[in-house]
Design a protein around this ligand. Sequence first.
Ligand code: SF4
Length: 360
Amino acid sequence: MNKSEILAWLLEEDPGRLERLWSLADNTRRTHVGDAVHIRGLIEFSNHCRSRCHYCGMRSERKALSRYRMTREEILVSARGAVARGYGTVVMQSGEDPGLDVEWLADVIETIRRETPLAVTLSCGERSEYELARWHKAGADRYYLRFETSDRILWKEIHPSGRKNAPHRLDILPGIRDLGYETGSGILVGIPGQTWSSLVEDLQSFRRLDLDMIGCGPFVPHEDTPLGRKYLKPGRAGSKGEQTPNTDLMTYKVMALTRLLCPDVNIPTTTALATINRETGHLLGLRRGANVLMVNLTPIQYRSLYEIYPAKEGIRESAEEQLDRVSVLLAELGRTAGEGPGASPNYESRRRAMTSQIAR
Ligand code: SF4
């Protein structure tokens, strides 16, 4: 698909034509990654962050937010909960926590890998090559780092890192993949300043980066952040002209096009999507290209503090309520829960190619 075809789909508003896009994405999903929906158990283990992303409620300058870091034992209890519910993967997510001890996390990963059959996905922001290599050696299978936007000027504006010559995440991702991680990234749909052409470029970047997992969620404004304040200002004009909208419809289009451009990847239906469409966000996401669903295993007392954006979906749900919701959703979709770690075919074929290269 070339640039103008991608743009035409992004701008398409005719419901009949869009049905064609949904059906193409759903058929491609079925052919390439099958009908299983892989359930990932999410553990948001620390909300400390040294970064100041303009859209995020966990930015370091937000002093009003109480900070927490889960203990080793709390993380292990959550991981055992994932095993008890039949999930194949835990996603350990944190802010860019400056107090995260490399050996402490390596020990937690080693323990999970030794004591459970779980795959471990890490999402801890921009970390040093040493840390990433150490955690991979400890047994972490996957690393997820969203580049949010391929527009380098916009990225600098909304992600003031404070580190001199900090690289764009687009330039960090190949190094993560080369360490052997199954590698994930994604974008924010409709972030203020995102243009149609940069959104097309985002989608084309997914292919170029040879990603294994791609997560796309809508921008959800947080009133206590610079970008949220600007967005929520009374009298602000709606999305028009060059600005892309942060709607659920635009997010489905991006997910469907992602599936068509990168058929062998794993695509989650994101919590942000279900936050702006609580009724059918996950259902439609899974019908329009996605094959992965996240459930929150973070202890309830911490969930509201992992506040990238407000009023996140599912923050008060108990384990039983989550299980019930997932069963109802899968029944409605006529699909089953995936078994085992659920690596993406894209990663599996890269791994096979690497193994045969080494054997030669
Ligand atoms: S988006 Fe991530 S890196 Fe940026 S402030 Fe929030 S938690 Fe930190």
